[in-house]
Design a protein around this ligand. Structure first.
Ligand SMILES: [Zn+2]
Length: 367
């Protein structure tokens, strides 16, 4: 095993010292074709919900949180869509897989805001006998007018692309992955298979979103062995700037052979107060060579503070019953060269540079 190469406090200090600065243009609104790529990680207490607004103002809702709880997650999503991003509709919905915290709340959201196109990994055929699931799929079919379209590994979502180009490229889905091309993964030999995961997590749709040189990896709830399938023996993904920690930070996912291969600079974990945020995953992240900042949507209330993200990088610290559901926003500059991360509407944006810009700066400084 590799050694931990820095303490999280040092990593945070490094990020603050070299990369953080108040950014005047961070309040620019998405949805107005403002040239920025905006990502809103919406808190659903350990579910999945991400709103993407492209530089040309198109929007994609990836998963829709949990149903019920007094429409808690529906209202949090609608607040971000309408009040923060100022959208009057959503162009695309992507359901990554068929679990409660990812697709079942979609009908409630779609009842309140127009959604034009629906995408998923394909509805299972035949459906399992579970009555609740059959009803959930019936509700999904009703809201999508039974016209959702299937995405598979290798597909690209049809979004308008400007300059620099934007691409939302699906790299895994239904246990299939893109061809294993690219340079050898130096961590491939560390893969230790786990028993086969027969759940729908292993079928998750995963994507790489790029604008210019900026790269964001979202693997939904993909689990251990399929993560390895994706990046061994070769790494077709390269290194990324931003990584959504997979599966809410649960240790069934976040195989080091993937995390260390993609070597993120910033990671955001969509965990809940008692779901995900597992110490094994945090340990894996801290061993990634380039990680400069780990953000969490929630403080893990069962872990001491020094075993999770720095307090100023945690969006919500309260237990669920008192939680206000603060989101984390990432906003990527028009040229893809820098991006900011801020907590909530009033949080101070911290500035980060893409790997490419950083590498170029470092190369220059050595001449
Ligand atoms: Zn999940």
């Amino acid at each position: 095993m590799r050694q931990i190469n820095f303490h999280p406090g040092i990593a945070t200090a490094f990020a603050l010292l070299f990369l953080s600065a108040p950014v005047a243009d961070s309040v620019a609104f998405a949805g107005r074709a403002d040239g920025r790529l905006d990502l809103y990680f919406i808190d659903s207490e350990g579910g999945g919900s991400l709103l993407i607004v492209t530089p040309l103002g198109e929007s994609v809702l990836v998963d829709s949180g949990y149903p019920g709880a007094g429409h808690r997650d529906r209202d949090r999503i609608l607040h971000v869509v309408k009040d923060v991003a100022k959208l009057d509709h959503i162009d695309h919905s992507v359901a990554t897989h068929w679990h409660l915290d990812h697709f079942v709340n979609l009908p409630a959201v779609a009842a309140c805001v127009r959604i034009d196109h629906f995408w998923d990994r394909g509805i299972p055929d035949p459906l399992p006998k579970n009555k609740r699931f059959r009803q959930q799929i019936a509700d999904y079919r009703a809201v999508t007018r039974n016209q959702s379209r299937r995405l598979k590994a290798g597909d690209v979502l049809p979004l308008r692309s400007g300059s620099p180009p934007l691409k939302m490229w699906f790299i895994a889905g239904s246990r299939e992955v893109i061809p294993n091309q690219g340079p050898p993964n130096p961590f491939a030999h560390l893969h230790r298979p786990k028993p086969e995961d027969k759940s729908d997590n292993a079928d998750s749709l995963c994507f790489l979103l790029t604008v210019g040189r900026f790269k964001f990896l979202h693997c939904a709830d993909l689990t251990w062995n399929i993560e390895a399938k994706l990046v061994t023996p070769n790494n077709p993904l390269g290194q990324v700037d931003l990584f959504m920690v997979t599966h809410h930070g649960l240790p069934l996912s976040n195989n080091p052979v993937l995390v260390w291969a993609v070597d993120p600079r910033v990671a955001i974990m969509c965990n809940g107060p008692t779901k995900g945020g597992h110490p094994d995953v945090i340990r894996t992240l801290r061993q990634a060579k380039s990680l400069q900042a780990l953000y969490q949507l929630h403080r893990n209330i069962n872990l001491p503070d020094d075993e999770q993200a720095a307090p100023e990088l945690i969006a919500n610290k309260e237990p669920t019953e008192r939680c206000r559901g603060v989101f984390i926003k990432v906003s990527v500059a028009q040229d893809g060269g820098t991006y900011t991360v801020q907590i909530g509407e009033k949080g101070r944006p911290r500035l980060y540079r893409t790997r490419w810009i950083l590498g170029r700066t470092q190369r220059r400084s050595t001449h």
